[in-house]
Design a protein around this ligand. Structure first.
Ligand SMILES: [Zn+2]
Ligand SMILES: [Zn+2]
Length: 211
């Protein structure tokens, strides 16, 4: 779908949002809550949608001053909201997603989580650590193995010329098993993501992590 159509669909469904023509982003209020819970909160946001959405995801800013701009609250260094780890998003939506879906499945839950944190001082569903460590933890989950070295080996394989693994090759995890009896499923599921740039970037980030 054309990006303009996607934007008008979103604005039609959420009339508290509008386009800032001059600055070319979406601004307005996002209301959190439903008919059952009542209104739990309201946040003022700016949403920048990249031209190549959904290949690249939007940048979300909370601009009403309701969320402390700290890593604990999943706010990035540039002040944008840390809505999700890219590799998880790519895996969750291999065929992309619509803007309304992004808004409802990712942005609204981000604010629900913020409200939960306000009440309980912790995150609702044991989410990822913030920022670069969060990226590594995402790979721990995807590969079902908690070892930075193995994640690096896997990413080196994924970014290499010969990224296709033969079923009878030894697994990258060092188990000495053939990959078909080890991490083939996890590996193939990552390989489905065609945008290798993410793997290159995540590899560099993870290599630099001091853990
Ligand atoms: Zn974060
Ligand atoms: Zn393995």
């Amino acid at each position: 779908m054309d990006l303009r159509d996607e934007i008008s669909k979103l604005l039609k469904k959420y009339p508290t949002l509008r386009i800032n023509q001059e600055k070319k982003f979406i601004e307005g209020y996002i209301e959190i809550g439903n008919s059952k819970s009542g209104k739990l909160g309201e946040y003022k946001i700016n949403l920048l949608i990249p031209k190549n959405f959904p290949k690249t995801y939007p940048k979300l800013y909370e601009v009403g001053g309701k969320i402390l701009k700290t890593p604990e609250r999943h706010i990035n260094y540039d002040g944008s909201c840390c809505v999700g780890v890219e590799i998880i998003m790519k895996k969750k939506y291999p065929n992309g997603l619509s803007l309304v879906e992004y808004f409802e499945n990712e942005i609204i839950p981000f604010f629900y989580n913020q409200i939960y944190y306000d009440y309980y001082g912790e995150w609702a569903n044991g989410d990822y650590a913030h920022y670069n460590l969060g990226i590594l933890e995402a790979y721990y989950d995807l590969l079902k193995i908690e070892d930075k070295k193995i994640v690096i080996t896997c990413l080196e394989k994924l970014t290499s010329e010969k990224s296709k693994m033969n079923r009878n090759e030894k697994c990258f995890c060092g188990s000495n098993l053939k990959i078909k009896k080890c991490h083939l499923k996890e590996y193939e599921e990552l390989k489905v993501i065609r945008d290798k740039k993410i793997f290159f970037r995540d590899l560099e980030i993870i290599k630099k992590l001091d853990i």
